[in-house]
Design a protein around this ligand. Structure first.
Ligand code: RNT
Ligand code: ZN
Length: 422
């Protein structure tokens, strides 16, 4: 199935009129959607394995399932796959790196000694693409994760190692920002916790706070680097207790002037992060979202265009948080083509964002202020079936990326020519 330029134009004209009747300017919506960067995570490419060698991987609370062929085996292949994916996704991109994607070029360097040199190829690549880089220290998949603990380990040497890693990562993130001229968001997630019931829940939390304080001791220019701490309910194998719980990380972010990261998979299954954003934003200047999709647990499924994704983008846009909430994606599925997983997920994030900008929020809020909840609900439901697909197609066309399902054929060709030969 392919959509002709004439069909796209017809759809655009129709959508322009219909949305216009609701007071929505579809061109302005497309322009705004194209400005908000969605940070595409490197770790979908290779099942969170990284580039350091045999040691890395999705362990210590993380798990990737599936073994679809064609996984990127090194940084060059990840970049090649990311180039392919980004050529099929509209909107503003950023790329999100983990420290475990360091390129060591045969040298023996550990994570507490990483410098920008191990990431320079990533920077050169990002510069060529004119995109910013975000960053994450990697507190997992490493022998210094001792009995499930990193920054909050009772062992001082373990803590020291990870504090130093965090400091190195700040330097690297700063260099990303300086070289690329774009803010680097650094996210700190530590898996630390216990599989079974602890006798002391307080001490590890005290140690975690102290270790984070030491990591962040040196002031950093916030025009270059924004730092966020990510909370979690539990991790695989660490089900009973997580040091970096929501309350701990929220308290830390608030008292230390850091960003709080809310990951869509990190709460009880009946809780949604879309419901938390405007509450947290009353107190926090900025936040980072890890847009993910948990199925029954923090399974990190590819994000679909579901209600929660739409609500997340809706909350950002209708509350005017575009400049204050950073959007990053966090999913990893190894049971389907990994580049397709990226394209499906990131296109969905972009769809939800564009759809959020197309919402006639004023009409809905007017009804609400008039206490006309009948009209509010009726309107909300009618809005769902406005001709969004026509705007999306026009948007993709304008951004020179495949319209409709045309990308699937291109992806299959890439799979045949490139990925299947790995
Ligand atoms: C883990 C956190 C964390 C990781 C990435 C790889 O549960 O969500 O953000 O997924 O850093
Ligand atoms: Zn996350």
């Amino acid at each position: 199935m392919s959509i002709s330029e004439k069909q796209i134009q017809t759809g655009y004209d129709y959508a322009k009129e219909i949305y216009g009747q609701y007071g929505v300017d579809i061109d302005a919506a497309m322009e705004k959607a194209a400005k908000l960067p969605v940070s595409m995570h490197c770790w979908q490419a290779d099942d969170v394995i990284g580039c350091e060698g045999a040691e890395g991987g999705a362990t210590d609370g993380l798990a990737t399932t599936g073994n679809y062929p064609g996984r990127a085996r090194n940084a060059d292949e990840i970049r090649q796959d990311a180039d392919m994916a980004m050529s099929m996704i509209p909107g503003a991109h950023k790329f999100n790196l983990h420290a475990s994607y360091a390129e060591l070029h045969g040298k023996k360097i550990d994570r507490d000694a990483y410098t920008i040199a191990e990431f320079q190829s990533w920077v050169d690549w990002a510069k060529e693409k004119n995109i910013g880089l975000d960053f994450n220290p990697t507190y997992f998949g490493h022998p210094m994760v001792k009995d499930g603990f990193t920054l909050s380990s009772p062992d001082e040497n373990v803590r020291k190692f990870w504090i130093e890693h965090g400091k190195r990562c700040r330097e690297i993130g700063k260099s990303f920002a300086e070289q690329l001229g774009k803010t680097c968001v650094i996210n700190y997630w530590m898996p630390d916790g216990y599989k079974d019931t602890p006798a002391d829940t307080a001490a590890p939390r005290q140690r975690m706070i102290d270790a984070l304080d030491q990591t962040f001791a040196e002031k950093i220019d916030e025009n270059l680097v924004l730092e966020a701490v990510e909370s979690k309910l539990f991790a695989l194998g660490l089900e009973s207790y997580t040091v970096g719980s929501h309350e701990l990380m929220m308290g830390y972010a608030l008292t230390r002037g850091k960003l709080l990261t809310l990951d869509a998979g990190h709460f009880h299954p009946t809780e949604v992060i879309s419901a938390k954003i405007s509450a947290c934003m009353q107190f926090l200047p900025k936040m980072l979202l890890h847009v993910s999709r948990g199925v029954r647990w923090d399974s990190d499924h590819v994000i679909t265009l579901d209600d929660e994704l739409q609500n997340i983008m809706g909350e950002i846009v209708r509350n005017g948080y575009d400049e204050r909430v950073c959007v990053a994606l966090d999913f990893f599925d190894a049971s389907i083509n990994r580049v397709a997983a990226w394209v499906i997920g990131v296109r969905n994030a972009q769809k939800a964002l564009l759809k959020a900008y197309l919402e006639p929020t004023k009409l809905l809020r007017d009804a609400e202020n008039d206490v006309d909840y009948t009209k509010r609900l009726a309107m909300m439901e009618e809005i769902k079936t406005l001709p969004f697909s026509a705007v999306w197609d026009a948007y993709c066309c304008k951004q020179n990326v495949p319209v409709g399902d045309a990308w699937i054929g291109q992806l299959k060709q890439y799979e045949k020519d490139v990925m299947s030969k790995r």
